[in-house]
Ligand binder design. Sequence first.
Ligand code: GUN
Length: 280
Amino acid sequence: MTATIIDGKKTAEKIRSEIKEYVSGLKKKPGLAVIQVGKNPASTSYVNLKEKDCKEVGIYSKIIRLVEEISEEELVEKIIELNKDNSIHGILVQLPLPKHVNEEVAIDMINPLKDVDGFHPVNAGNFFIGKAGFVPCTPKGVIRLLKEYDIPIEGKNAVVVGRSNIVGKPIAMLLMMNNATVTICHSKTKNLAEYTKNADILVVAVGKPGLIKAEMVKEDAAIIDVGITRTGNLLKGDVDFDSVSKKASYIAPVPGGVGPMTRAMLLENTIEAYNNIERG
Ligand code: GUN
């Protein structure tokens, strides 16, 4: 079988146009603040794209670029200022932060109502027990793509490779909430292929280019590649696209699969924050 390519770019475009339409009907603009510390080139590129996305849909964006040497206290001060700023509904601190700044300290300072990344422990906890709150953007984007392409989740065997707080764990939770039977694999898993071969839905978020080869996937599986490794200007996923796309029924590639959806979900979360704050 030749897999249908899951087009995250197209789906994200559709979501942006819906958001643009919604925002055009609002009296007050939603606002997103993005803090970047230092000059990590990947972070710079992500932050620039976030700014561009906001502009396109009419969300006010405030990009705060801080020097690498900034102290944890100064960063915290900035976050406190944004928590109080009525023009700002969403706050995102671009990760990774420099080693001398504790990421947990920074994230814990964000008002959970403005935590559009869904990284604050209050949001992570609410999410874990199925209460309303912000769902992290990449996991939300993965589920949205599966739904957009009518890929059934209920009762299916879903395997997630990767267990990060930001991606692997929340994706596994969302798949479980959608009634999949979920297995989480990670760097200490023995015989990875024994698990991946059993997956109707395989989500890979590790950061090892080409880790998943055709012989490791089930015929007609849906494959979602969340791995991103930069080599120069090229982005590489965790899935060996050429071989796997001949065996799977669906494949979300890198680039053009989940990445654009992460950005679109950030805009959606910003609108959710706006509605919670401005409309009670
Ligand atoms: N760095 C890479 N991905 C992300 C993300 O989703 N949110 C934040 N804040 N930083 C990131």
